[in-house]
Design a protein around this ligand. Structure first.
Ligand SMILES: Cc1cc2nc3c(=O)[nH]c(=O)nc-3n(C[C@H](O)[C@H](O)[C@H](O)COP(=O)(O)O)c2cc1C
Length: 282
């Protein structure tokens, strides 16, 4: 595990392994902290430190928001019974796949939320037509994502661990009912937060990322360069899995698996639910 004092070399080695590393980084504490992110799925049951939630939300509110419209909300679930129900919804057919949600002290549900502004517009007697378009849906979803990521950075700066839960969309309709979501809003994803248990038998280390050539294009998109740079990532991905005693499975296997229909586990109904919840997606 890395610490606040880990050296730049150690941090870059964990993030990129033996692949080409970015040489020209302008290093500072904030960048060092960002580069040490790792998802945590093993939590101590301790409650969040007093003020942690409020600090995360202040960070979230400090993210940019489209046109200053604040089209997101967050529902912090700490009630153990409700949290267990939500964990079961997110686990779906893969029984207890997200069971760690039950053990963590909180799961934050990030809501793409047009409901307030829809109401304000209706109360003003104005037309809400713009909310019927796909762009309004994208705006709210992007706002929720930016806000949540700021909360992640804040949480990690306090020594807390997090993991996003896209599986909150598996049973989107049931989840919305469970937490009394108003129309014109839907849970984009969850974020589990708590103290990492740091179990040495199940270490949760920094996952290597592909070299920058895969994602960074200069001026124009260069598909061939991007695809070619993935070869180095496969090697690094293999080493990472081997180090954790995991079986043979390439990164491209994960990509292909993510295209199997069963992977959706209920998310194939998302469009229907989102439309039912008032987004027309025109
Ligand atoms: C929007 C989003 C949804 C995710 N959903 C899940 C999930 O449902 N369950 C899970 O265990 N991890 C989930 N993750 C975590 C990713 O698997 C993880 O970020 C990725 O493997 C990279 O690992 P790292 O975060 O440790 O660097 C999600 C991440 C994102 C950004």
């Amino acid at each position: 595990m890395t610490t606040a004092n880990s050296s730049r070399e150690t941090i870059l080695n964990l993030r990129y392994g033996e692949q080409t590393k970015p040489h020209k980084l302008l290093w500072n504490e904030q960048i060092a902290a960002l580069l040490q992110h790792r998802s945590v799925r093993n939590y101590l049951p301790d409650a969040l430190p007093d003020g942690a939630l409020e600090s995360m939300v202040a960070a979230a509110q400090s993210a940019s928001t489209s046109s200053n419209l604040h089209q997101w909300s967050v529902v912090a679930v700490t009630d153990p019974v409700l949290k267990a129900q939500i964990a079961d919804l997110a686990s779906g057919k893969k029984k207890d796949a997200n069971g760690f949600i039950k053990r963590a002290p909180a799961v934050l549900l990030w809501v793409a939320d047009l409901s307030r502004n829809n109401r304000i517009t209706c109360e003003a007697g104005a037309d809400t037509k713009v909310h019927d378009y796909l762009d309004a849906f994208v705006m709210a979803t992007v706002d929720a994502a930016l806000a949540s990521q700021n909360a992640v950075v804040a949480a990690e700066s306090m020594g807390l661990g997090v993991v996003y839960i896209g599986a909150m969309r598996n049973q989107a309709k049931a989840l919305a009912a469970l937490i009394n979501l108003p129309q014109h809003s839907f849970v984009t994803f969850g974020l589990v937060v708590g103290r990492p248990a740091n179990n040495p038998e199940k270490p949760e280390t920094v996952r290597p990322r592909p070299p920058q050539e895969v994602v960074l294009h200069h001026n124009r998109y260069d598909a061939a360069r991007s695809m070619q740079a993935l070869d180095a990532y496969e090697t690094e991905f293999h080493k990472f899995r081997e180090g954790l005693g995991m079986g043979h499975w390439t990164w491209k296997d994960s990509v292909v698996y993510s295209n199997k229909f069963e992977y959706m586990d209920g998310r194939e109904n998302l469009r229907h639910t989102v439309v039912e919840r008032g987004f027309k997606l025109l």
